[in-house]
Design a binder for this molecule. Sequence first.
Ligand code: HEC
Ligand code: HEC
Ligand code: HEC
Ligand code: HEC
Ligand code: HEC
Ligand code: HEC
Ligand code: HEC
Length: 507
Amino acid sequence: MLTDSLPNRQRPNRKSILVLGAALMLAGPLGAATYVGSTTCKTCHKDKYQQLTNSIHSKMIRKISEYGTIPSTQPSMVASVSHIHGNLSAPKAPPLTEVTYVMGGWYKEESYIKEDKDPVTGKATFKVTKYEWDPIKGTYRDDRDGTRDWLTKCAGCHATGYDPATQTFNEVNIGCEHCHGPGSAHAASMEPADIVKDTSSEGCGHCHIRAESAAMGSFTNKQFNFPIGYEAGKPETLKFIPQSLSDTASSFFPDGTSKRHRQQYLDVNYPGFRVTKHYEKNVTCTSCHDPHTSGLLTVSSGIPATANVPTNGVYGIAIYDNATGATNFAKWDGEGLKAGFSCTSCHAGADPKHVHYFTPKAMAAAIDCIDCHMPDVINVNGASLRGALHTHTFSSMRPEISQKYGPDNQANSCTYRCHQDRGATKTARAQWAASYLQSHLELVSVSPAGASLRLTGLRNFSYTLEGTVDWAAWLPIRTNKADVNGLLNFQDNTAPGTRRFYRVVEK
Ligand code: HEC
Ligand code: HEC
Ligand code: HEC
Ligand code: HEC
Ligand code: HEC
Ligand code: HEC
Ligand code: HEC
């Protein structure tokens, strides 16, 4: 094609515009843009195409025939990262005749899709077979009753150009036009005005959500297992019926934080329940994530040298051992965040030591904002702490909530991933963290004029500083309210030079 030699983002001369325009006019009239497919965008945007095809967004569904036939005995899942991770000779594995497409398997589960074409109409149906491989447990499940219709349950989020009326789609996986809208007009004109740049949270959130469709035109409520009718660049077109917050058995912790994958949008904005400051102030998914490299796959050094990993850098995945080292599974390693991203790029003034007394050991552990404000407590699977995703409410999960709702039901930022050594049970650990947070009084400075102390307490709670000289009579010195960070400072100038013991009492 003429445009193959174009340097990216440069307009070609008039002549080639006309030639290309004429070629594409055949595919669809200008004005009413249609889907042209990511490979058309590639002709002029090679760098973006390269990024997208290195990302998990384009590696979700793999057509078996494009990878050749599946060997009848899979040596192991690690040896076949390119298309199937699970061992197809393991018990309960799907028969090869039931697999047309493989879906996922990077970190959570691998499902298999069977495509059946009607011999008369030629129209295909897609069924998710009942077999699922769990990369964390390394086993197959076949406990689903029957099969699920991929076209009404999954396709809206796992394909590009899905049309609910015809239940057809243009491209499997997340292609350019899912986020940029149908691109025939732009591909012909090369005008920025003919293509959408959707930087809203809804642009990512209409897939990164657990919700059913809201009624629209002739479609009834909950007809689809995903929102329908979203138009790129128009956040107000996202209409949905969210997963119920009272579904604490599987989807939410009792405090309303997500505990299941693909709920990032509901953490950021759950209508009527939670609107984060980030959402309000237009800090969107793309403020932190690069849209094209989101979920970038990298080949980990943990993969054995004998593994059949593509060496051309096209894709691979980091493979981690689980707690016992018995099985392997993959976890996204955080690449794909915007270059230079950090919480402090916006919160420049944030003291990373707030709400936490940092011992030298804690300092050495290099605790990050994310450890407390986005703990990876989602999907934590049984005793294993691996395979987990991060919360997106951006609030720290205090240990008190584990005490309130029960430590088996409610995670917290302090003792689910860190401080495992503070007690033998979850209850004991949460108890330790809560009492530690509430009681940590530090001496900041002492001078002839008096003493300066700092308490790490609960936000907006009030505390009274009391002093004694004999451990018998406690004299209230002053009462202060903790700030939003839970911090409060006390100055005691009432008895300079006197030896004094201090304690703090919650009011
Ligand atoms: C024939 C070449 C060509 C094709 C094909 C093409 N583009 Fe472009 N596109 C361009 C050029 C040239 C620009 C830069 C315009 C500028 O900077 O003024 C551009 C700009 C863009 C922009 C930025 C718009 C903005 O507001 O800054 C996006 C997004 C985009 N293209 C997406 C796509 C997608 C998606 C496809 C496939 C459907 C596609 N392009 C196909 C040539 C093309
Ligand atoms: C069309 C639906 C869709 C849209 C739109 C979408 N995503 Fe995704 N995203 C997915 C799917 C599906 C996966 C999982 C792929 C897999 O596991 O194979 C995914 C994976 C990811 C991952 C890696 C997750 C992990 O746990 O490994 C990140 C990060 C991500 N998306 C961010 C974004 C951002 C940021 C946007 C918006 C710019 C966005 N996504 C838009 C469907 C979508
Ligand atoms: C509302 C959108 C939506 C629907 C509907 C949806 N998914 Fe997903 N799915 C996602 C997103 C987004 C991700 C990745 C983000 C994450 O895991 O947090 C994902 C990830 C996955 C993964 C990846 C796990 C891995 O280990 O790579 C599998 C498998 C999967 N989905 C299967 C399905 C199946 C099967 C259906 C239909 C029964 C379905 N999904 C319906 C949005 C959706
Ligand atoms: C997951 C959603 C998503 C996918 C898939 C996606 N884009 Fe984008 N793209 C965006 C967003 C959002 C922006 C705006 C980024 C910004 O302004 O911060 C963008 C910006 C662009 C730009 C403008 C330059 C820039 O970096 O801001 C071009 C060109 C572009 N995309 C082309 C493509 C092409 C070509 C593909 C397919 C190979 C593609 N995009 C796939 C979401 C996506
Ligand atoms: C304030 C920054 C920020 C915003 C806003 C944000 N994210 Fe994230 N996101 C992160 C960080 C940080 C991680 C974890 C990276 C790591 O350490 O591995 C992450 C991880 C993810 C993952 C990978 C799975 C996981 O939890 O490890 C997905 C998927 C994702 N984000 C999607 C989204 C979507 C969709 C939105 C918008 C609704 C969004 N994010 C908004 C910072 C952000
Ligand atoms: C792109 C800029 C930006 C980035 C990056 C960013 N923030 Fe924010 N954050 C804001 C803004 C703006 C506010 C709202 C401030 C206000 O209104 O007082 C905010 C508010 C908050 C709040 C108060 C939330 C509430 O709902 O009360 C917390 C907590 C927070 N951010 C944590 C984080 C963490 C943790 C990160 C890194 C994962 C981060 N932020 C990254 C801009 C950002
Ligand atoms: C050891 C855990 C921990 C670390 C590390 C941490 N925070 Fe916090 N942060 C908290 C707690 C707890 C609060 C108080 C909120 C509460 O009590 O609900 C808080 C409060 C905040 C607030 C004010 C929230 C509000 O509601 O107004 C912002 C903003 C914030 N943190 C940003 C950051 C940033 C940025 C970093 C990294 C530089 C960081 N935090 C590191 C635990 C932590």
